[in-house]
Write a protein that binds this ligand. Sequence first.
Ligand code: SF4
Length: 217
Amino acid sequence: MTNYLRDMTRTSEVQRSTGEYKVKPIKQKVRELLGYPYPTRIPKGVFVEQWVGISIDEFHRAKDADVKYMRNGHPLLDMSWSRADCTRYLTPLGLTDTPKSSCLGCPFHGNSQWRHIRDTSPSEWADVVEFDAAIRQGNARANASGSRLLGEAFLHRSRVPLSQAPIDHVTAAERAALRIGADETDVLENGVEDGCSPWACRGDAEALTQDDFGLAT
Ligand code: SF4
C-alpha cells in the first residue's frame, strides 16, 4: 500500500506496506481454511487455488503467490478477456455499473470513491477514518525497509485527515495550490483507472514481500 506522507524532505515519498494490510490477512484466512493456522507447518502438496481477476489490459500485473500453499489463477487471462469483454458480459446481467474492486482503505481512491463510502456505508466510513488516524505515525513492521516512518501518513492525497479531507469538490484554489492539471484533477475525483488486487497492488510495484505473514522483509 502506498500512503501519502507529510513532513519529509520529498513530500511525494511513499511508504509501502504490502504484507501488513493485504497479503497477511489473506494468508491468515487461507491457513485457517486449510486447517493449519500460523505457525503450523503446512504439508507439502496442500494448497489453495486463488483466482485473481486481472484482464489482459493489465496482464503485466499478474503475479504468482510467494508461498507454496497458495497458487494464483488468472481466469480472465486464460480466456484473453479485456475489461471491455467483462463489461460486455456483465451488461445483459444488469451489472454494467460494477465498480472496480479495491481495498476499502486504498490511498488511490478518488474523491468520488471516498464520497461513495461515506454516503452509502457509515460503518465502513467510520472504519476507514479510524484506519487513517491509526496509520498517522506509520508502522515500522509494515514499512518495507523495516524503518520507522519519518513523517505522517495519510490515506487522502491532500495529506489531511480523511474525516476533514476535501472530498466533496476540488476548488480552483485547491487545484492551483496543488499545481495540478486536468488529468490529475480527474484522478483526484475518480481515482486511478486501473483495477486492483492485493497480489497486484500498484503501490507495491517496487516492494515485493517474500515472507510469511507477520515477518516483514
Ligand atoms: S491492493 Fe489495490 S486497492 Fe488495495 S491498496 Fe493496493 S492499490 Fe489500493
